[in-house]
Design a protein. Structure first.
Length: 278
């Protein structure tokens, strides 16, 4: 029997689909974009079901077994409860993410709180969580810091989506191992330092420097790197044409530094829903 193919499809920001044709995992679904004006007083946000349905259909997603979220800001969690409910999938994440799910009617058997040191099996995938604290947005300040301590109903103010804990996930599969690093920083003693991976899914927004992130290419020994979190998450996802880049994310500089300092590594920049074999 032919082996099932393992594939990656980007859903924008750090959202993606991983599937081996038997089991499908979704991470950080946030196709609903929360704009700057949505942060004004008395304004509320909620998952845009038509937008989510459009992108999942375009990505060819017909079933989902599990939804994992790295932290509870809107640009990572906003569509997670809707996706979990629609596909009867389990939602995995911090206690804050659990409260986002609870507030939108997910019951306890659909919620799996994640903690460091834990490992969860979904089909042939095994997912482990590592603590990688959120980096400050500006001047040492992380906006919407702290936890969501009670069920968060929807719609609600975007400011109520507090980050909670931030996890990076290591995904093992018989066909290859994948590290999803949720923050743009590598330190010599961080919890990801000993993980080997064939594919590195790497957050490049708000990175310390490209050189710093190249350290992770080296520690993982990844053959393929897929940068994440460089599109403009304040704007609606473009259905045609070039991806809108986030201000200051400097993909040009990233590409240039990588070609000089990590020439042997394949860096792939798929469009939304464009399949990449792993
Ligand atoms: Zn965040």
């Amino acid at each position: 029997m032919a082996q099932a193919k393992l594939s990656f499809k980007w859903l924008g920001i750090s959202g993606f689909v991983l599937s081996d044709e038997k089991t499908t995992l979704v991470f950080d679904p946030a196709m609903t974009r929360v704009g700057l004006l949505d942060f004004l007083p008395f304004t509320t946000v909620q998952s845009d079901k038509d937008e989510v349905d459009y992108w999942l259909e375009r990505c060819g997603v017909t079933s989902i077994d599990a939804v994992f979220v790295n932290h509870a800001h809107t640009d990572h969690v906003i569509d997670a409860p809707y996706v979990a409910r629609k596909f009867k999938a389990k939602l995995y994440g911090s206690s804050s993410v659990m409260n986002v799910g609870r507030g939108q009617g997910l019951n306890n058997d659909q919620l799996q709180e994640v903690s460091v040191g834990g490992e969860w099996k979904v089909g042939d995938f095994t997912i482990a969580a590592f603590s990688t604290p959120h980096l400050p947005h500006v001047l040492g300040i992380t906006l919407m810091d702290g936890d969501i301590t009670s069920p968060l109903t929807s719609p609600t103010s975007a400011w109520n989506y507090r980050a909670g804990e931030t996890f990076s996930y290591y995904i093992s599969h018989p066909q290859g191992n994948i590290l999803f690093q949720a923050i743009g920083r590598v330190t010599d003693d961080d919890p990801l330092k000993d993980l080997k991976a064939d594919t590195l899914l790497l957050t490049i927004a708000n990175r310390v420097s490209t050189e710093n992130l190249i350290k992770r290419f080296n520690t993982t020994g990844a053959k393929t790197v897929i940068p994440l979190h460089y599109d403009n998450f304040f704007k609606k996802m473009k259905r045609e044409g070039e991806i809108d880049e986030f201000w200051g994310v400097k993909t040009g500089e990233f590409k240039e530094s990588v070609s000089k300092k990590a020439a042997g590594v394949k860096v792939v920049w798929p469009g939304y829903c464009e399949g990449v074999g792993i």
